[in-house]
Design a protein. Sequence first.
Length: 337
Amino acid sequence: MVNAANANPTAAPAASADPNPTTEPAPPPFAYHGRFAPSPTGALHFGSLVAALASYCDARAHQGYWHVRIDDLDTPRVVPGAAETILRQLEACALEWDGPVTYQSHHRDAYRDAFETLRQNGRLYPCGCTRKDLADAPRAIDGSRRYPGTCRNGLAPQRTPRAWRYRTTETITFCDRIQGRVTENLPEDLGDFIVWRADGVAAYQLAVVVDDAQIGVTHVVRGADLLGSTCRQIALARALDLPVPQYAHVLVALAANGQKLSKQNLAPPLPYDDPRTLAAALVAALTFLRQNPPKALCNASPKTIVAWAVAHWNPAAIPAVTALPVTETTAALTFAD
């Protein structure tokens, strides 16, 4: 583990016994293996449902495997009971997953192994900078602070390593199935990014890449709020000699004030004990995704609605934009009494 007490700037996170070792069996090989990976920081809301439904429909329309992973690695943000609530919500929405649910918190040893591979290959370096040090750094294209390379050539005197950064050198280009061609020059557009945090935990970018490869994910369908992470994840996958999935980023639902519907913004949770409201929410999500569901589906069960959605799934109809506001009609469907 990297911490301020470690005076060796090249020291790596120490290996330790994982209290929750990975015991899940590997899924059988599929031509299409999708996944939905919510963070248990609260219950699912309409914005979450849009992403989950798109991911599920795309997998089932391809006769594929659909996996659920709980991204609970960021322990301080985990809300007790949220993972169980999310699973009950998915079940109530008739979004049935394949195989056992997995948890990021069970995979720490795999993250350490990937970290060590990157470090031995010279792709990482220790960083002693704090957030305060980077407060005036220029903005990256995703709005975050672009690292100015302060520690790229070694730690300054009296500095101790806090986190570890990936040394970016590449330009990444990929074709998103919805958003189209995306190109990012990582050094100029994003800068060197953290893969191992100051608190001794694998960063999101590294954990997701390792997890997706471990379960054989071939297709990732998720919200366009994560589009800015994709080039970093592709760079890490290539550096680790891991397969790169195909990506499709669906538009994000915005509230009337222009903010993303999210748990942090107190978006109303989906009930798991009210089939009528869930049916309205599913139809609203399909409407938001421009799948043109018939109004009569509002009186159907969630299972019937999802079956219709899979049979009529048309990703080409999804707008190639990153976000749109939820219309009054959709909002009325979503939160019907």
